[in-house]
Design a protein around this ligand. Structure first.
Ligand SMILES: *Cc1c(COP(=O)(O)O)cnc(C)c1O
Length: 451
């Protein structure tokens, strides 16, 4: 945007490299069978391009590594805690900042203290760990995405939005709503952004009904940049200021620093309510750690504080969105239908549309996932019936892009693998579940190929 050149380059150079290990197709077929066709069970060194998740897989900058050395490991009130707290407060404007070892710990503490038992938690789309934490505590998770979000080919600027009419109806009805938590960007809904108007609208409805309004803010910077590019009135605003406005609509937030914290571990829970924050800190001490470190080392707090500055830089965000879009358009050209338009952190291939001969109960997206690994050692993740059970609305294969890790030639390779997979199309077969735990079954399930 700022440069007249057409090529958007990686806005960094490489100082330290991590070798990749090549495998043959035969080796990969054997590895896949041994892993019971679940890519979560495959060793990372047997993967060539790892697009399983963008969570905690990013590369840290030289400044972040310098922060690692600066880390103050004092138990209470370390320097690193103040650096972390001050940065999070400046960015979000929230009063109380509670560090946690990752996002799901923040979720568990929040829902425990709000008391969700027998109550409803509504969202545009609850992420899998968020839903699991609500349900584990005896609550009911309700997704209220806009109806268009369920049509993968539908092109909309803010396809991650919540259906505000449906929210109004829920809040006005008999359901006892413990809180609304809006996911920005909407990960389970195709990584699509939420508009500022939608965030403000959901917040207002919650206020009218006296229901707490939270953000699942894992990808707040990517969402803020989409708002800058696509929503009227934001083009000239700094991303930091847009992010600040996003947070200003909420009573608090949960955050995984493994995403837009540009760190390998960490998270926080933020709140404005003094009484609630005191309860949350009590629970934090019980399970995570003292309130000035949560589940983290001082050096982690430093890395996150620096990451939260770097992530709102526009050169970075421009490259981030452009490189993800490049993968999406390449895969489409290779013949694979994707969720349109491309999001920021991942490309979602519409396995339901591509493999109509495999019924959802036979996990078409998992079949596509295994094919990407067999063909080229590329690891993605199924987001469909294996992850969500019968309540899954779409069958998607997500290829998530770690931040600042892979170069354009890696992505070109993934596109070439996609072309090979596209050619196999109707030869791909479904799977049957051989063994699975009750909650979050996709992490450890064992599968058997059919026919
Ligand atoms: C990753 C993620 C979480 C959970 O965070 P963890 O750090 O993995 O525990 C919650 N919500 C969304 C939208 C996420 O992407």
């Amino acid at each position: 945007m700022n440069s007249p050149m057409k090529t958007i380059i990686e806005p960094f150079r490489i100082k330290s490299v991590e070798p990749l290990r090549m495998t043959t197709r035969e080796e990969r077929c054997e590895i896949l069978a041994r892993a019971h066709y679940n890519l979560f069970r495959v060793r990372a060194e047997d993967v060539l391009i790892d697009l399983l998740t963008d969570s905690g897989t990013g590369a840290m900058s030289s400044e972040q590594w310098a922060g690692i050395m600066r880390g103050d490991e004092s138990y209470a009130h370390a320097r690193s805690w103040y650096r972390f707290r001050d940065r999070v407060q400046a960015l979000t404007g929230f009063e109380h900042i509670i560090p946690t070892h990752q996002g799901r710990a923040a979720e568990r503490i929040l829902f425990s203290c709000l008391g969700v038992e027998g109550k409803t938690v509504a969202s545009n789309n609850l992420f899998d760990t968020t839903r699991a934490n609500v349900e584990y505590l005896g609550g009911r998770g309700v997704d209220l995405p806009i109806p268009e979000s369920l049509i993968p080919s539908r092109e909309l600027p803010f396809k991650g939005n919540m259906d505000l009419e449906a929210l109004e109806a829920l809040l006005a009805g008999d359901a006892d709503v413990a809180c609304v938590i809006l996911t920005v960007t909407n990960n389970s809904g195709g990584g699509q952004p939420v508009s500022m108007a939608n965030i403000a609208g959901a917040s207002q409805l919650c206020r009218n009904h006296g229901v707490p309004f939270y953000l699942d803010a894992c990808r707040f910077a990517e969402n803020a940049y989409f708002i800058k590019l696509r929503e009227e009135g934001f083009a000239d605003r700094a991303v930091e200021s847009i992010a600040h406005e996003i947070f200003s609509h909420a009573d608090g937030a949960t955050f995984s620093a493994k995403k837009d914290g540009l760190a390998n571990i960490g998270g926080f829970l933020a709140a404005n309510d003094d009484h609630l924050a005191a309860q949350e800190q009590e629970l934090l001490i019980l399970s995570e750690g003292f309130p000035t470190y949560g589940g983290l080392a001082g050096r982690d707090l430093e890395a996150i504080a620096v990451g939260l500055v770097e992530v709102v830089q526009e050169d970075y965000l421009e490259y981030r969105l452009a490189s993800t879009c490049y993968l999406g358009e390449g895969l489409e050209r290779a013949g694979l239908p994707i969720v349109r338009p491309p999001g920021a952190h991942a490309i979602y291939i519409d396995a339901g549309a591509f493999l109509p001969h495999i019924p959802n109960v036979q996990f078409p997206a998992q079949s596509l996932c295994c094919a990407f690994y067999e063909e080229g050692g590329v690891r993605g993740v199924e987001i469909g019936t294996l992850m969500f059970g019968e309540s899954a609305k779409l069958e998607l294969l997500r290829l998530a892009i770690p931040r600042r890790v892979y170069t354009q030639s890696h992505i070109d390779y993934v596109v070439e693998v996609g072309g090979q997979v596209a050619k196999r199309g109707c030869d791909l077969r479904g799977f049957r579940l051989a063994k699975a735990p009750k909650v979050l079954r996709h992490f450890s399930a064992e599968l058997e190929p059919l026919g």
